[in-house]
Write a protein that binds this ligand. Structure first.
Ligand SMILES: [Zn+2]
Length: 99
């Protein structure tokens, strides 16, 4: 579903701008479909397992919280990584990859 304001803004563009926008959208789709680069993932964690699924990379990691606690490193926990707006984004998943 295209947001109304985006649709309306697109309909007001001239043809050359629309062609440029189409190229931009194709570029964004291509980038989004790629898994994150290895060097963009956190390097300071012990990685026990790696699984990839399409544009997602999942890693089972032990994490240090940096608080000088007795429980460090914590986990292992699964984290998911993907690319969005030229950046690598991540989310915490938990002890199990499939909930
Ligand atoms: Zn800790």
């Amino acid at each position: 579903m295209i947001p109304k304001n985006i649709r309306s803004a697109l309909e007001h563009q001239d043809l050359p701008a629309l062609h440029e926008i189409r190229e931009l959208v194709e570029h964004i789709i291509e980038e989004r479909a790629k898994p994150p680069r290895e060097e963009d993932l956190p390097a300071n964690r012990e990685v026990l397992k790696v699984k990839t699924s399409g544009s997602m990379t999942f890693r089972l990691e032990r994490v240090s919280c940096g608080k000088n606690c007795k429980g460090c490193p914590h986990g292992p926990y699964w984290y998911g990584y993907w690319r969005e707006a030229g950046k690598t984004r991540s989310k915490y998943i938990g002890k199990n990859l499939k909930q």
